[in-house]
Ligand binder design. Structure first.
Ligand code: XUL
Ligand code: CO
Length: 440
């Protein structure tokens, strides 16, 4: 087997003073940070679709990068992609990967042909995993590309399309289980609508729940022990996506009795599109007991679309890792780079440089988040701010002991003295974050 990236050697950790672009400055895979090696804290994954497939094609022009991996025949190319993908992961010390079924093996036009073509690729992945120790973080089915899904998959107006999509999911779950995947993702590609003039929203939402229930029950019946995730996104490709944001999905899951079966895969760029911060979405997942996995990337606040850029924003990465640490760290989930190089960054070397940038950003974010927690000033401020809930009337309200009359009587007694309202100190807290980050 020939090398696909012969010009790139294994990327080493050289520390922050190195000026070698093909080195890690902050990501030192086996260094223990907050009780675990960085590779276990961060659980980086490579996204098959962007890295092994996307060639820079956009609405205004053709591809700029060759992702044919030296093969014209689709079946041979699928196998070559596996070799190239595993070489890439090895050179970057990435332990996990994620795919859509159609990234591994393309569309052949029928369920049967698709499944038959996918099988040898999955077998080969299993072999490669065994030989290298790499693991599948999650799999998913591409239910948004082929024209049959133009009106949705699980929320399609036509029951045949629902059945077709579910059959595709069944094959994708089989492949995930065969590869020992610890997650299975539902991103609602075209589960949404363009106009309510032609849409039965109630039926579509109920059908989405039915779709998920069939898939989950099937997965559990064949022994899948990992997590199922929904990945929220507010728009694109449809004008209105049903899985708008973490809070919307939390409500949907509860309304359909699915909250024990599904967690969330939070993507940074999708948070931006929903006009939330990345941290807001992660916190919403966490407080609803739905924190699961992360699609790491970044958008652009000046653009209204899903740019899927490699993450380089240290503040966002820090607050993300702060939430991850507060959630107790990753279990089945991890950090999947749902990111692609810019169209103008078209060389193979750029793929490595982009991953190095993203991985170093999150490594630095992890180190900074640990420092913020160790520093303790933020946690102490929040604890003090809510201290009135730990004693007296606050504690009685939380325990349920206080009646309406008790509360009214308490307030009446305090009527003469204003409640002690303290400053939120936002600016001071923001400067503590800067202080911790820049004294590292
Ligand atoms: C699309 C997106 C998807 C999901 C998997 O915006 O993020 O790639 O991550 O289907
Ligand atoms: Co994503």
């Amino acid at each position: 087997m020939s090398e696909f990236f012969p010009e790139i050697k294994k990327i080493a950790y050289e520390g922050k003073d190195s000026t070698n672009p093909l080195s890690f400055k902050y990501y030192n895979p086996d260094e223990v940070v907050a009780g675990k090696p960085m590779r276990e804290q961060l659980k980086f994954a490579m996204a098959w679709w962007h890295n092994m497939c996307a060639d820079g094609t956009d609405m205004f022009g053709c591809g700029t990068t060759d992702k044919s991996w030296g093969e014209t025949d689709p079946a041979k190319r699928a196998i070559a992609k596996v070799d190239a993908g595993f070489e890439f992961m090895d050179k970057l010390s990435i332990d996990y990967y994620c795919w859509h079924d159609r990234d591994l093996s393309p569309e052949y036009g029928s369920l049967k042909k698709n499944a038959e073509a996918l099988a040898p690729v999955v077998d080969y992945l299993a072999e490669k995993q065994k030989a290298t120790g790499k693991k599948l973080l999650w799999g998913t089915a591409k239910l948004f590309d082929h024209p049959r899904f133009m009106h949705g998959a699980g929320t399609a107006p036509n029951a045949d399309v629902f059945a077709f999509a579910l059959a595709q999911v069944k094959t994708a779950i089989d492949a995930t289980v065969k590869l020992g995947g610890t997650g299975y993702v539902f991103w609602g590609g075209r589960e949404g609508y363009e106009t309510l003039l032609n849409t039965d929203m109630g039926l579509e939402l109920d059908n989405m729940a039915r779709f998920l229930r069939y898939a989950i029950d099937y997965g559990r019946s064949i022994g899948f022990k990992g997590d199922f995730y929904i990945e929220p996104k507010p728009k694109e490709p449809t004008k209105h996506q049903y899985d708008f944001d973490a809070a919307t999905v939390a409500g949907f899951l509860r309304a359909h009795g699915l909250e024990k079966d599904i967690k969330l895969n939070i993507e940074a760029n999708h948070a931006t599109l929903a006009q939330h911060t990345f941290q807001h979405e992660l916190r919403t997942a966490r407080v609803n007991g739905l924190f699961g996995s992360i699609d790491a990337n970044q958008g652009d606040s000046l653009l209204g679309w899903d740019t899927d850029q490699f993450p380089t924003n240290i503040y966002d990465a820090t607050m993300c890792m702060y939430e991850v640490l507060k959630a107790g760290g990753f279990t089945n989930g991890g950090l999947n780079f749902d990111s692609k190089t810019r169209r103008g960054s078209f060389t193979h070397e750029d793929m490595f440089l982009a991953y190095i940038a993203g991985m170093d950003t999150f490594a630095l974010g992890l180190r900074a988040a640990v420092k913020l927690i160790e520093d303790g000033r933020l946690d102490k401020f929040v604890a003090d701010r809510y201290a009135s809930w730990t004693t007296g009337i606050g504690a009685d309200i939380i325990s349920g002991k206080a009646t309406m009359d008790d509360i009214a009587k308490y307030a009446a007694e305090k009527d003469e003295v204003l409640p002690v309202v303290t400053s939120g100190r936002q600016e001071m807290l923001e400067s503590i974050v800067n202080n911790v980050l820049f004294s590292m």
